[in-house]
Write a protein that binds this ligand. Structure first.
Ligand code: PLP
Length: 402
């Protein structure tokens, strides 16, 4: 039993799951239909082609009724064999979890990155990847795995630079990218960036509840899957891609989440992907301005890789970030993201993704500012006022009609 009485709308400002818009909730409330019937086939074809636009790919996108972790496993088991070396880059907690999974599956991950928390404050260093691949003259490294938007820190790595590094080293390794929290919020180009498997999930930029996840694949990845020997059954691409040609799946798919996906695709494509990205950029800039005005530090230390999806806020020495989050939760009915792994207790994360707009960000920042004051943090200035002025002065970028 809670010892307080939360009133009104809950502010779910964690970096995913993001709030699910009413339009999507209503779409998902339709009756569940026969997943072998004609109506379902039409829905299947529609979402399978719509989602390609979001990944910017003309190649298959496999949709799993699973959380993002399942799609991580699918990416590895479809393309690799037991004992294969994979080069993984430590950007934060989620990169670390993916590496643990690789170990559990019998792969040999090499985990590189900057020491201490420094690596958790900067994006993937593509030159380090290039140097390691150049040294691997016998091509024992079979895949390079990187996280695009590291949700534990608020750093969005440059995937095009990673592609360039692999090409510069003339190395045949596959490129596997996790954009579970980046898709439909930060620019992402599966085909143009030559990504072999892109992993994503439903509960972030796509504004859906958790429960479906994705593998966008390349021809090279499909070729690799023909000889890859890691055991896979449920995750196997071949049968799914074959049945998807008529809009069906080999098992019972997540029908109501697919209704939701259909609606989310409509919403995103109506707004226009570029407009969606510009909105996220603008909100994240206002959020960082607020943090800096408070006199606090943004977790991401490299301005070229600030995340448009979330902002990590480091709390001053002596202030437990989770205690501040608890105060904000109890007083203002708002959830903020906790510090994960190496950053436990030292930071909190503000999500500004999905359906976020100027007013939802302003309310969120007001909750943070009040919570910081209650916790006794000495603020250098009002981040709320600074962000409000920024948003009021900033012209909304002209709508680009898709
Ligand atoms: N990778 C990243 C970057 C994430 O943000 C998350 C979840 O937040 C995951 C992987 C794991 O996904 P899930 O919790 O949906 O299994």
């Amino acid at each position: 039993k809670l010892d307080f009485h939360p009133a009104g709308r809950h502010f779910l400002q964690i970096p995913g799951p993001s709030p699910v818009p009413d339009r999507i909730l209503r779409a998902m409330s339709l009756p569940t239909i026969d997943h072998r019937g004609p109506e379902f086939g039409a829905l299947g074809l529609q979402v399978l082609s719509g989602i390609q636009k979001i990944f910017k790919t003309t190649q298959p996108v496999v949709i799993y009724p699973a959380s993002g972790t399942g799609a991580w496993e699918a990416a590895l088991t479809n393309t690799l064999s037991p004992g294969d070396t994979v080069l993984m880059y430590e950007t934060g907690h989620f990169a670390t979890l993916w590496k643990k999974m690789a170990e559990a599956l019998g792969l040999k991950p090499e985990f590189i990155g900057l020491p201490g928390i420094e690596g958790w404050r900067r994006g993937v260093q593509a030159d380090a990847i290039e140097a390691r691949l150049r040294a691997d003259t016998s091509h024992t490294i079979k895949a390079v795995c990187v996280v695009h938007n590291e949700t534990s820190t608020g750093v969005t790595s440059n995937i095009a630079a990673v592609r360039k590094a692999i090409d510069a080293a003339k190395h045949p390794a596959l490129l596997l990218v996790d954009t579970i929290s980046g898709l439909a919020a930060a620019d992402y180009r599966h085909d143009e960036w030559g990504v072999d498997v892109t992993v994503s999930g439903s509960q972030k930029g796509l504004m859906l509840p958790p429960g479906i996840s994705f593998n966008a694949v390349s021809k090279k990845a499909i070729e690799a899957s023909k000889t890859a020997k890691l055991p896979r059954a449920f995750w196997g691409w071949t049968e799914i891609i074959e049945m998807n040609k008529t809009g069906y799946w080999p098992y019972t798919p997540n029908t109501n989440l697919l209704y939701g996906l259909n609606e989310a695709l409509d919403m995103i494509l109506e707004e226009g992907l570029d407009n969606v990205f510009a909105r996220h950029d603008r909100l994240s800039a206002a959020c960082r301005l607020a943090v800096n005005t408070w006199g606090l530090e943004v977790q991401c230390a490299d301005p070229t890789v600030y995340s448009p999806i979330l902002t990590g806020v480091m709390t001053p020495e002596g202030f437990d970030a989770d205690a501040i989050r608890k105060t904000i939760y109890e007083r203002f009915n708002m959830s903020l993201g906790t510090g994960l792994g190496k950053m436990k207790g030292r930071m909190f994360r503000i999500g500004h993704l999905g359906e976020a707009n100027d007013l939802s960000l302003m309310a969120t920042l007001a909750g943070c500012e009040m919570g910081l004051k209650i916790a006794g943090v000495k603020l250098a200035g009002s981040g709320v006022v600074a962000a409000m002025e920024y948003l009021a002065e900033q012209k909304i970028p002209p709508l680009k009609i898709a």
